[in-house]
Design a protein around this ligand. Structure first.
Ligand code: ADE
Length: 229
């Protein structure tokens, strides 16, 4: 998968993709992430990327031209599955959407700022809008990092058997069961006996029971008719 991220704060991506699973996915050439500074496409003397809104509201709006030029350049080089805009107005990201988006080959991800982007970018270039939650962030960069992480880890070959996404919370509409590691007894706080029993069938059953219990207690809305009780 190739991801082209358009931002006015490229430095914000110096951390999230340079560690752990995403770093390894890049090293294995399973994903290529390119960060583009929208300011490099500004055509005016001062390299402005934002301007006052028509109609006189407070706040600044990201200008159409630099973003249009950047998207058009990328699109002239290859085909894209989607041009995605991270916005609180978008469809709410969940595991199902992440699963679907993990199948793309090439995507453009646009990070907004200020009061938003000139509406004509949405009308003429954006094919999908995604929100990572019902709250407002200062900009789209953190949302883009969350979205990219959620899809990259699902690409075959990124996770190994041990870290397989199949056992993730939400993958079957259930939260994950509790997990423990050594020591089996810390100040008298003991790991559940069944996990030390070596009986795989009993362990699986215990994990399923705990998953259901946790989901019912914390996120009952996730449970639907398809859940095997
Ligand atoms: N930009 C600002 N807030 C956002 C959110 N909740 N999701 C996606 N992009 C955003």
């Amino acid at each position: 998968m190739r991801i082209d991220i358009l931002t006015i704060f490229p430095e914000m991506f110096e951390g999230p993709f340079d560690h752990s699973i995403i770093k390894r996915a890049k090293q294995k050439n399973i994903v290529e992430i390119n960060i583009h500074n929208i300011r490099n496409f500004a055509t005016n003397k001062h390299k402005n990327v934002d301007d006052y809104p028509f109609g006189g509201d407070a706040g600044m709006v990201m200008m159409i031209e630099p973003i249009a030029l950047c998207i058009e350049k990328l699109k002239s080089e290859r085909e894209y599955d989607e041009v995605i805009y991270l916005s609180p107005d978008g469809i709410l990201l969940d595991q199902n959407i992440a699963n679907n988006c993990s199948l793309y080959n090439n995507i453009i991800v646009l990070c907004g700022h200020y009061k938003g982007i000139d509406e004509r970018i949405r009308e003429h270039f954006i094919t999908k809008e995604i929100s990572i939650g019902d709250y407002v962030l200062s900009g789209g960069e953190l949302a883009a990092a969350v979205f990219c992480d959620s899809i990259i880890r699902l690409i075959p070959g990124v996770l190994n058997d041990e870290t397989s996404a199949l056992s993730d919370s939400f993958q079957d509409n259930l939260l994950s069961p509790p997990v423990y590691t050594r020591p089996a007894d810390f100040r008298g706080w003991k790991v559940p006996e069944v996990l030390l029993s070596g009986n795989e069938k009993l362990i699986k059953q215990w994990q399923m029971d705990k998953s259901l219990e946790r989901t019912k207690g914390r996120r009952p809305g996730l449970l639907n008719e398809n859940t095997v009780l």
